[in-house]
Design a protein around this ligand. Structure first.
Ligand code: ATP
Ligand code: MG
Length: 483
């Protein structure tokens, strides 16, 4: 029928519409959309030579690189499903995901090559040497088809395979651009992992909008700042830890006026950092989203970025957000679970009907995050429900306490978790990484000035570094083990 829910193959269409525009800048070289499309067609035929075809599930175990981008698109051209594997996982964790997703073949960077029992593994060098075999390449994408599978970070527990359809990616990209707009010469810095939705979503936006990417193989504050200052980057996606490093590296320098958006997501956005950015006139936009929503579901619109500092904004145009507690909708400013809906939300977890039915009820996705909406409908994200510390009947959000401690000049990094306590049930405990000498007593006094007494950590432990995952997220469950 004529009304199949489909779009043209995005990169192919882009290479047809605007062939000469910059697609990717990588290691000092520029590639146009036509260049990229041609590299992808060749790769698709090489993948076909090793018997990859429509419906196959293929794992990618790669660090950010032009080759990784080529492989992602090539698998889409063949109608195969990309499973983006996290390069920081152990072989055992990877094998679990590879089996869970029923992967036919793993394509990996040479130095990441591991033997997975019973699975075909192909290194990039081997793949590049393959002959090409004629293959039917997709001219269009069916929006309901699963394009990618991404395991959740596992910040809170065992990872689940999130199915992301072409439609999820499409609506995510559209929702973002309806909020941020599109400017001539826009160029997005991609220095977050492509195996996370924060990175992959930039790649999808690039081909859908026709804008360039500056791709970094890993994050370096110096390189990121250089890309913004000298290479025409207008938008960058960062998490708090990255932004911190960038601000430090920037020193008294500033970004050019053409740099219009620092998209800050992935975790809590401590107020002191937002304020520091405001002082330096860095346009920082807090955003809220997750693997299951295929990136952003709410983002603070440019015109509110100062008046609503601290908020993650309103839902993107195609999405809806509610706050629910005890099965009913909360009133403004009342805290509850953040519940979302939209065409960017996953149809469910792979082979996990139990987890899917628990998360998706009546078409609404229950995020497991706590927050509230103000009278005007702006979202404030508090913390994960599982990290909430209930102390003597009071709720303590670790993110709030961490933000205060982090604003102390001698503190480089901090994580707060609940510690068992006979009298209060739980009390907050802080793990602190210092940049210079500071005593426990001094930190306690500092907190007492800025936080209600029950929120001030009862104990401080000084450590060398904190456990963070590949997206630099604090692993509070590891901290709980440290207690
Ligand atoms: P797992 O689901 O396996 O525990 P994860 O939730 O960390 O891992 P992601 O999907 O990468 O994996 O992260 C999404 C989560 O990050 C959100 O559910 C939320 O807890 C947190 N987050 C994202 N944006 C914000 C924000 N603006 N403020 C606070 N937390 C945020
Ligand atoms: Mg999650």
């Amino acid at each position: 029928s004529a009304n199949r829910n489909e779009t043209p193959n995005w990169l192919k269409q882009r290479a047809f519409l605007t062939p000469n525009r910059l697609a990717i800048r990588y290691e000092g070289k520029n590639y146009s959309f036509l260049d990229l499309h041609q590299l992808v067609e060749k790769r698709a035929r090489q993948l076909h030579q090793i018997d990859i075809k429509r419906g196959d599930t293929v794992g990618l175990l790669m660090k950010n690189s032009l080759e990784m981008v080529i492989n992602i698109h090539a698998l889409m051209y063949l109608g195969a499903v990309n499973v983006l594997l996290n390069t920081r996982l152990t072989a055992e964790e990877l094998l679990w995901q590879i089996n869970d997703a029923n992967i036919k073949c793993v394509i990996c960077d040479d130095e990441l090559s591991v033997h997975f029992p019973g699975k075909k593994v192909m290194t990039l060098s081997e793949l590049k040497l393959c002959d090409e075999k004629e293959a039917a390449l997709d001219d269009s994408f069916i929006l309901d088809d699963v394009a990618t599978i991404m395991y959740t970070s596992g910040t809170t527990g065992k990872p689940k395979g999130v199915q992301q359809t072409f439609g999820n990616h499409w609506w995510s990209a559209i929702g973002s651009v309806l909020n941020l707009g599109l400017k001539d010469g826009d160029c997005w810095l991609l220095a977050v992992p492509l195996f996370h939705i924060s990175g992959l979503s930039i790649l999808m936006r690039s081909v859908i909008y026709g804008i360039g990417i500056v791709l970094h193989s890993s994050f370096s504050a110096k390189e990121a700042n250089r890309a913004i200052k000298n290479e025409g980057v207008t938008i960058a996606s960062v998490v708090t830890a990255m932004l911190n490093d960038m601000l430090q590296e920037l020193g008294s320098d500033t970004y050019p006026k053409s740099f219009r958006c620092m998209l800050l997501g992935g975790g809590p956005a401590p107020r002191p950092i937002l304020e520091q950015c405001r002082e330096k006139e860095i346009p920082v936009f807090q955003t809220y989203g997750m693997t299951e929503t295929c990136s952003q579901i709410a983002t603070l619109a440019p015109e509110f970025c100062f008046s609503k500092l601290g908020s993650a904004g309103k839902p993107l145009f195609p999405a809806q957000i509610r706050i629910v507690a005890d099965g009913r909708d909360c009133s403004p400013n009342e805290e509850g679970e953040i519940v979302v809906k939209g065409p960017n939300v996953t149809p469910g977890y792979l082979h996990r009907p139990d987890a899917t039915n628990e998360a998706i009820r009546d078409g609404w996705f229950y995020t497991g995050d706590l927050g509230y909406l103000d009278e005007e409908g702006f979202l404030y994200v508090l913390d994960r429900r599982s990290d909430l510390i209930v102390s003597g009947g009071e709720n303590i959000y670790p993110a709030e306490v961490e933000a205060v401690i982090l604003s102390h000049p001698s503190v480089k990094d901090v994580g707060v978790v609940g510690k068992e306590n006979k009298k209060w049930g739980k009390v907050p405990h802080a793990f602190v990484v210092r940049s210079e000498e500071v005593s426990e007593e001094e930190l306690r006094q500092f907190c007492l000035k800025k936080l209600a007494k029950y929120k001030v950590p009862k104990g401080f432990t000084f450590v060398e570094s904190l456990p963070r995952n590949a997206s630099k997220k604090l692993l509070r469950r590891k901290l709980k083990e440290w207690l």
